[in-house]
Write a protein that binds this ligand. Sequence first.
Ligand SMILES: N[C@@H](CCC(=O)N[C@@H](CS)C(=O)NCC(=O)O)C(=O)O
Length: 215
Amino acid sequence: MPSLYYIPGSAALAAHAAFEEAGAPVELVRVQREDGVTVSPANYLELNPHGRVPALVDGDLRLYESAAIVLHVGDRYPQSAVIPPPGSDDRSLFYRWLVHLTNTVQPQFVAMFAPARMIGGSADEALQAQVKEGAKSILATQFDWLDSELAGKQYLLGDTFSGADLYLFMLTRWSRNLERKGWDRPNLGAHYRRLAERPSVVRTLQAEGIEAFDS
Ligand SMILES: N[C@@H](CCC(=O)N[C@@H](CS)C(=O)NCC(=O)O)C(=O)O
């Protein structure tokens, strides 16, 4: 059985939910961090040399990057709703959404949660605050755009659910401490609530011991 290394509510959530969506067995291994350093498992850097979660061990395969794990689950379980059929327009649009979310939206959260990283580890608090505010402002614009893209749609691909929706759910949840949450928008809010009720997502949240709307 594959092992997914995770921290509750982290970037592992989309990967974890993809396994749930596919109905695929997965062992969850909790990664423990202390003061920003991974202390358990001791050999974690062998699984993800960047020290971040998630990481996946599937047979001889070692994989990290949450979006890559979503794609991997889709490839291993092609009949599941995680990934649209190969060669279809939806498959290409699924790639576009997943890459957009991980490549364009997710880095703004890194800047918001760890602003010092964006300025060479500088301890300058004023500068860090500026980086954080900049990231929040970009995120607000990105959530507005996602909201407009979801107008009249149930899912990012229209009526068809895909693993990209799981990814968007994860990122929207990360906005829960913002003054204006991602879900405080009509279409994105409806999408978030729809996903929060999806059985695979309910199981994922339950297994990680978290809630859709906790703080
Ligand atoms: N692009 C990576 C980002 C992973 C990531 O940044 N994970 C965070 C948790 S949400 C983490 O491990 N942070 C600890 C650190 O960066 O030291 C992915 O999507 O898998």
